[in-house]
Design a protein around this ligand. Sequence first.
Ligand code: NAP
Length: 279
Amino acid sequence: MIIDGKKTAAELREELKKKVAELKSTHNAVPGLTVILVGEDPASKIYVKNKEKFAKEIGMNSEVIRYPANVEEKVVLNKIKELNEDKKISGILVQLPLPKHIDKRKVIETILPGKDVDGFHPVNVGNLSSGYDSSIPCTPLGCYLLLKKVEKNLNGKHAVVIGRSNLNGKPMTQLLLKENCTVTITHSKTKDLKAECNRADIIIAAVGRPKLVKGNWVKKGAIVIDVGINKTDSGIVGDVDFDEVSKVAKAVTPVPGGVGPMTIACLLSNTIECFKKLN
Ligand code: NAP
């Protein structure tokens, strides 16, 4: 089975569009997402454009604040403080990566946890790992929703997460633990990654290494979720060798068209959740 992230994301956006319309009639207001973009990183510009497009499409207010790459850190921090106070704004996202002279940690910690639609603020990270209500980082949330589409009951499954980033691997691990999976988290110092993967019912690959996960790494019937986006001479590929793995796995996400489209849909969902809590 090829897990169609594009279709699932479109379905989710349809649901969210209805939710926004409902909120408009009950609250006489709609959620508002503000994205701050610093500099001219081409990939970031595309991501931000898509975020704005889809937010508008489902009826949300959406705004992008753009700064040149040499903007002073305090200008960005002051803007975030202003947005924190603005009742029309339910979600604030600062597009990463930031130029080196801007402290990413300071930026993330300045966003009000209740408006942190990326789920990167330490309060949200702590709440997620304590099993409390929190904003959940969008990409792992998208992976989780795709996984649940294939397998409703994850109880007792052995999941191997490849990568331990704050963005993907760590929050993904928390979501899998919440579902009662037994989780092995692996990284660049893991001794025998193939052997770890061979034991997995579920593999989440969030590495950034083209086609790292081979067909003979995957147990027959496993579910494989590929987070990777790698530019190669032959185009964009994931962290999973799709041609090989799709022959042994029960289900696998393609790249592109798998996890990617879910990330923005989950961002919109997080913005709606923040709106509800703030109101
Ligand atoms: P990251 O911060 O660079 O983390 C990569 C992780 O992979 C690290 O934990 C690293 O281990 C581990 N790793 C590197 N080489 C390895 C190897 N050979 N074997 C095992 N583990 C290895 O990356 P990220 O931000 O999580 O992103 C991962 C991938 O997802 C990238 O391709 C990125 O473009 C993609 N991505 C996709 C989406 C989407 O919407 N689909 C969103 C975000 C990111 P150490 O900790 O030991 O260094």
